[in-house]
Write a protein that binds this ligand. Sequence first.
Ligand code: IPM
Ligand code: MN
Length: 371
Amino acid sequence: MMEATSFSFPAKTRDIDKHMKSYNIAVIGGDGTGPEVVRETIKVLNVAAKKFNLKLNYTDYDLGGDRYLRTKEALPDSVLAELRKFPAILLGAIGHPDVQPGILEKGILLRIRFELEQYINLRPVKLYDERFCPLKNKKPEHIDFVVVRENNEGLYTGSGGFTYKGSPHEVALQASISTRPGVERCLRYAFDLTRKRNKEKKLTLCGKTNVLTFAFDLWERAFHEIGQKDYPDIKRDYAHVDATTMWFVKNPEWFDVIVTDNMFGDIITDLGAMVQGGMGIAAGGNINPKGTSMFEPIGGSAPKYTGQGVINPLAAICAGQMMLDFLGETKAAQAIENAVIKITREKIKDLAAGKMGFNTSQVGDLVAGAL
Ligand code: IPM
Ligand code: MN
């Protein structure tokens, strides 16, 4: 269709091309089922691109356990330098059964998050259909909140070490770093998002001020100072992290936007993922608001399901949706979300791998079709 048109009206088509928005996207399929879910995401993104007149240019990067085992290098500096040039990265999964835990996670995933200053880990928790919620009597209107996880500090900086390693007196120290600028930029992002969402205009700080009296004292002071001065329209709320997990199960409808540190954010968002229906649907964005952001399904590489075509690609597709939203293509992003909602309500039996009633590629086709 496009070709025929361009043949008959070359000048006009050139004009359209000139106005077509074009985005360069780095693609890291990664390990395990990563490449399978990324394939379906690109299928859906291409349909959205056609519909909304966008041009998406993909560049594949071979990173992950296989490359590491082959080359002994997780992420070459030259590749990291190339990744910086993209506005967005689409990531499948990192984690390989033959590589010792920590090497790929720190060497690829965390290195990209840190070096590209993706200081926000954005994780929406949204229930699309009552059937997928493990909680009794909770419906989509009860579960719709966003966790803003600080993504560059806390316990994840690798600060610390061993003394007398291997001896009976061995000491391990793992420090949690909270800097005022690091905390402040994260809080500001969360306040801005709460305002933009315009739902309840409520931001909950999730911390542990009763025990971590240094780190969360800083967080809490910054939270109230910034909130009072620059966001008087946003209600400020606080919950300890342990209580937060309780409320996620008991009263998830209380939350609008939650902001928290790196470690607590890691933990509560796995619970959040379960509440919204599991790893088959949970997506996240590692955001550098002024640089390269990276979008990923938050479940792992699922080695046991690799290559069987049973993994649910919806989480990765939702990550693709978040990516378009980040790029400013809000209409295309909304259309993908609507398609996901429609097929999860009307077609998908279960969000878990192997129980969807369709294989991986058919689920991609369903979303593409619904678009
Ligand atoms: C996540 C993951 C990572 C994290 C791991 C794989 C390093 O659990 O994205 O939540 O802890 O951040
Ligand atoms: Mn995690």
